[in-house]
Design a binder for this molecule. Structure first.
Ligand SMILES: NC(=O)c1ccc[n+]([C@@H]2O[C@H](COP(=O)([O-])OP(=O)(O)OC[C@H]3O[C@@H](n4cnc5c(N)ncnc54)[C@H](OP(=O)(O)O)[C@@H]3O)[C@@H](O)[C@H]2O)c1
Length: 331
């Protein structure tokens, strides 16, 4: 294959990472076993940092940006994958140590690929993206812990109007849990109620330092905020409950005490999507395929052409993006 195609490359320019569109050929891609034609990727905060240069995401240069992708296998030297297979890749160091999704073609290791679940299109998969897949990992972790019960005590979702939060609200409510949304944006209440939230908490009430043990309220929680928010959520979690923590939108510190853990048996379940083993990924995507309302996806996500990435990256870093942005790689 000698034709050229476009990719968004982070390169070294005078000692600093700089992003720009470049024409590549398949020969220039890494020598991994599976060649995928990428249809869609997504825009995440991490991508914004990489493209604007506001964060050092790429650990080697040149680097094709984009932390996830969905596409079709074109060639394969692995007997696990055949041309025509529809696949998803989330994490595995894409855009950090491995070339990522903002490229019409990419070569990938066979073990990084997840089969597209039945019922989802490639566009659906990226409307869910890494944020939605992480939300599913959190829900699975809470269910495994065994503290949450459909129709039972409330499950809290922090950062509820964000990418992880919106999908967590939708998924938990579809599974019959009673969901309360913590958000700083009252204008999103109608949207969150439509996704299934039945209660609301102003995120400011969780931002102030609170006492180590507070009134028991949550059977479980999905937290994408961290810092004092996570400390307060732990202090408000009921006996035997659990909090699945995946994010740091409010800060990476955790000013908490051991009290909820040693007096109430509360569990803090760490959730990582980047290096999660394949079995967890397959299960998370199966959870999404079985329970996520497709109508919710259409409202959570919008599609933008790859040519718009530089402006979109600046927008997400400045907090101007709402919902999820799917990137059309052919655009
Ligand atoms: N562990 C993993 O593998 C993994 C995977 C994906 C994402 N993440 C992390 O999860 C977090 C959320 O990702 P996302 O894609 O959902 O991001 P996002 O779409 O930007 O949403 C983050 C949400 O957090 C809330 N928030 C923002 N700043 C805050 C602050 N200072 N204090 C309290 N709340 C604040 C906002 O919710 P409201 O508007 O509702 O208040 C915002 O919508 C990020 O930290 C991301 O890096 C981790």
């Amino acid at each position: 294959m000698t034709e050229t195609f476009r990719a968004l490359l982070i390169e070294d320019r005078d000692g600093k990472p700089a992003a720009g569109f470049r024409d590549l050929t398949v020969d220039q891609l890494p020598d991994h076993e599976v060649l995928v034609e990428v249809a869609y990727s997504t825009l995440n905060y991490k991508d914004g940092l990489a493209i604007t240069g506001k964060g050092r995401i790429a650990r080697r240069l040149p680097m094709v940006a984009g932390i996830d992708l969905a596409g079709t296998v074109v060639e394969s030297r692995s007997d696990r994958w055949r041309p025509g297979d529809k696949v998803i890749v989330n994490g595995w160091g894409l855009s950090e140590t491995e070339w990522g999704g903002y490229s019409r073609f990419q070569r990938l290791k066979p073990e990084w690929l997840t089969r597209l679940p039945q019922g989802f299109s490639l566009q659906d998969a990226m409307a869910i993206g890494t944020a939605g897949y992480t939300a599913a990992l959190c829900v699975d972790a809470l269910e495994d812990w065994g503290a949450i019960r459909p129709g039972g005590a409330e499950v809290l979702v922090t950062g509820a109007a964000g990418g992880v939060g919106s999908t967590a609200v939708s998924l938990l409510s579809a599974k019959g849990y009673t969901v309360t949304a913590a958000t700083g944006r009252p204008e999103t209440h109608d949207y969150l109620a439509w996704l299934g939230a039945t209660g609301f908490v102003d995120r400011a009430t969780l931002a102030e330092k609170g006492s180590p043990l507070q009134k028991e309220r949550w059977a479980g929680a999905v937290d994408s905020v961290g810092s004092t928010t996570l400390a307060n959520v732990l202090a408000q979690t009921s006996y035997g409950g659990a909090v699945a923590a995946c994010g740091l939108a409010g800060g990476f510190d955790l000013p908490a005490t051991v009290m909820p853990h040693i007096l109430r048996g509360v569990a803090l379940l760490g959730v990582d999507s980047v290096m999660a083993p394949q079995a967890k990924r397959d299960r998370a995507w199966a959870t999404l395929a079985a329970h996520l309302d497709k109508a919710h996806l259409d409202r959570i996500a919008r599609v933008e052409p790859m040519s718009e990435l530089p402006g979109l990256a600046a927008d997400i870093v400045a907090g101007r993006i709402r919902g999820r942005v799917v990137i059309d790689i052919a655009g």
